[in-house]
Design a protein around this ligand. Sequence first.
Ligand code: PMV
Length: 326
Amino acid sequence: MSKATAVANPNIAFIKYWGKTDQALNLPANPSVSMNLAALTTVTTVEFRPGLRVDTVAIDDRPAAGQPLERVVEHLDRVRSLAGITARASVASRSDFPAGTGLASSSSAFAALSLAATRAAGLDLEEAALSRLSRLGSGSACRSVPAGFSLWEGDSDEESFARQVAPSGHWDLVDVIALVAYRHKAVSSHDGHALAATSPLHEARLAAVPGWLETVLEGIRDRNLAAMGPIIEADALAMHGVMMTSVPSLLYWMPGTVAVLQAVRMWRKEGLEVWFTLDAGPNVHCLCGPADAEEVRDRLGNLEGVRDVLVSGAGDGVRPVDYHLF
Ligand code: PMV
């Protein structure tokens, strides 16, 4: 087979990946836990063609150039070396949500690319190997490979990949996402990781993670949002504290971000059980039970600074599909 297509969902982390022990291998400074987002998808088609002189890559129907292109070509090189082939590839990738705004588009992008490219190269990797390969493209992508809720841990290149801790059907938790900006962020998370260690707060956050991780894993096991909510918020704020105090400082928040954080805390005081988290961007993910999702969506939609609201439950792992983008 020389052409294959895969679909992946991005994931939202409850315990974040921020900072690396190895920049090139994307080995994380701490373990992380996440949920795949069923309502958001990236579809990627890869075709290896013997006649091509260079890899050509289209992202959301536009030719890729610069760093995004280089990262895809490097990833194709990994797949070529695994498969023992030299052919260049045509790649098309399309996401149904805005990229680079803290919706973790690189997680679904590199998970889908890894599956489509390995299949197109004639390889059939097991989940762990596919997760590990996806990690080399973008760290968080390894967590989009298993379905549902995933834990990414492991200190070495061989051992660092994500495993499922619960399938998507285990819990009908909902992520209601407040989009406060569509603009592409100035510093990608890929580059931001390198700055984590310059923050005086980085070590303090890393020291807190093992205890937080335990609480979140128990919360997922017991479907107990009230137990893990405070930890999810604490780690999101700790990560942004590290970002803001790194050198140079990274400030991803916009006025609308703060408006949502304040509102969520006020709503909780009124009895609505909703907790926030954010990735490397201004948009806010609000976690709640299915019975509250509509209320949370309506309230977010009425806030000043919120431009759109997306709603998603837990999603599947990366999977092949039988249609192609070209
Ligand atoms: O996979 P990267 O390099 O884009 O890193 C993503 C890091 C965060 O989204 C900010 C946190 C996480 O764990 O997903």
